[in-house]
Design a protein around this ligand. Structure first.
Ligand code: PGA
Length: 228
């Protein structure tokens, strides 16, 4: 039990998380809200670009990003690993190969997230740093739709391992590519001069004290296990 939690009755907690974190974050909110049933939560989901706008406008208490902006005065703490992996259809010719050179995939139709996406930001950085290229065929604004497109053999993609669920596991394959997974993390971020409410401070403390144990438990049953 966290010391500062005693006496906390009710209040409102405003959270905004990037689309890749929406699969994960509710599972941390669950135990918090069960302990404090009178706390009301708003949970906003968007891509990195829309999170940055909300942060600038001081709309929420906390934000979850992989790539926090560096031109806004923020506090951040590193939270859970967010590895990015290459996903292909289970019948892709390289599906069972090991240590694949990313260059071997350069002609495969590549499905990219939209401008403003942090996943796209990370993919573009990887391509630039590694000197690789992709055959960009489609831009899709949703991790879900990208997964279904990969499952329908429309192309390959790079996604956060957290977006992949057990249910769809048989139709796609995480390729064993040299240099992957790309190592990223999620950060919990708030404005440096933000006056945190009691509820917000309590939630932050909850994440800092209990977040990583809860996350480890959660990851035990997920496709992400072994990657994170
Ligand atoms: P996004 O999330 O691609 O939905 O913007 C990326 C991130 O993890 O920052």
């Amino acid at each position: 039990r966290l010391a500062s939690l005693s006496g906390l009755q009710a209040g409102h907690l405003k959270l905004s998380v990037v689309t890749t974190a929406k699969y994960f974050f509710p599972h941390l909110l669950g135990p918090f809200c069960q302990r404090y049933p009178d706390i009301e939560v708003s949970f906003n989901i968007g891509n990195r670009g829309s999170m940055i706008s909300r942060l600038r406008e001081n709309k929420d208490d906390f934000y979850v990003f992989s790539h926090p902006p560096d031109d806004i005065e923020i506090e951040k703490f590193e939270f859970v690993n967010n590895p990015l992996v290459v996903v292909v259809h289970a019948e892709h010719p390289l599906a069972n190969k090991k240590n694949i050179d990313f260059a071997k995939l350069k002609n495969d139709p590549f499905i990219m997230r939209e401008p403003g996406s942090g996943t796209r930001f990370a993919v573009e950085k990887y391509l630039q740093d590694s000197g690789n290229s992709v055959n960009e065929k489609m831009t899709i604004e949703s991790n879900e739709a990208i997964k279904h497109s990969v499952m329908s053999k429309l192309g390959i993609s790079i996604l956060s391992v957290h977006t992949l669920s057990q249910a769809t596991k048989s139709s796609f394959k995480i390729l064993n590519v040299k240099g992957f997974p790309l190592k990223h993390h999620w950060y919990v971020v708030y404005l440096k001069n933000k006056q945190l409410s009691d509820v917000a401070r309590t939630f932050l403390e909850f994440l800092q004290v209990e977040g990583s144990d809860l996350a480890a438990e959660l990851l035990d049953n997920s496709v992400a296990k072994g990657y994170v």
